[in-house]
Write a protein of this length. Structure first.
Length: 164
């Protein structure tokens, strides 16, 4: 797994020497490798991040793809990509997939202070890229005041440090 696309690569085929070198280096570090097909539609439609605060849908943003070039992606800083982010209204299919992903969380989504469901477009409908429930960027500048208040209330009512 990677954060901010760190140590992530896009290759035309697995025989690419850069792919082999990346896998070898990650294995040398004791890390697990995940290989998945590249979804070309992300280049036109981007990635949709749906944010849930206190178990409820809050807001969504569309982000430009990070792996547009072949090769290994170097880590990005969130501030460097914020200009590629825009508010978006998710489709019913995206809402359904996000709900299905959150339904797999032990204890249910209501117990989550926050979550981010990242989706990409697929030929048969949206595809789950990742479900982030720890250490995720929430794009709070795109959230309504009510959503930010809900997050604050959830934090104050939880067992989080500083909560009641």
């Amino acid at each position: 797994m990677s954060g901010s696309a760190a140590d992530t690569g896009r290759f035309a085929d697995l025989g690419d020497p850069r792919a082999t070198a990346l896998v070898a280096e990650l294995h040398r570090q004791g890390r697990t490798i995940m290989v998945q097909p590249y979804v070309d539609a992300i280049e036109a439609d981007g990635e949709t991040s749906m944010v849930f605060l206190g178990g409820e849908f809050s807001h969504a943003v569309r982000r430009d793809p990070l792996l547009v070039e072949h090769g290994v992606r170097h880590p990005v800083v969130v501030a460097d990509v914020l200009h590629t982010v825009s508010s978006v209204r998710p489709s019913e299919a995206e809402h359904a997939l996000a709900a299905a992903a959150l339904a797999t969380v032990p204890g249910g989504r209501r117990g989550l202070t926050y979550a981010r469901v990242d989706l990409v477009p697929g030929a048969q409908g949206p595809l789950l890229l990742e479900l982030e429930v720890t250490d995720c960027f929430l794009f709070l500048s795109f959230a309504s005041a009510g959503s930010r208040d809900r997050l604050a209330r959830h934090l104050l009512a939880s067992d989080c440090p500083g909560g009641s």
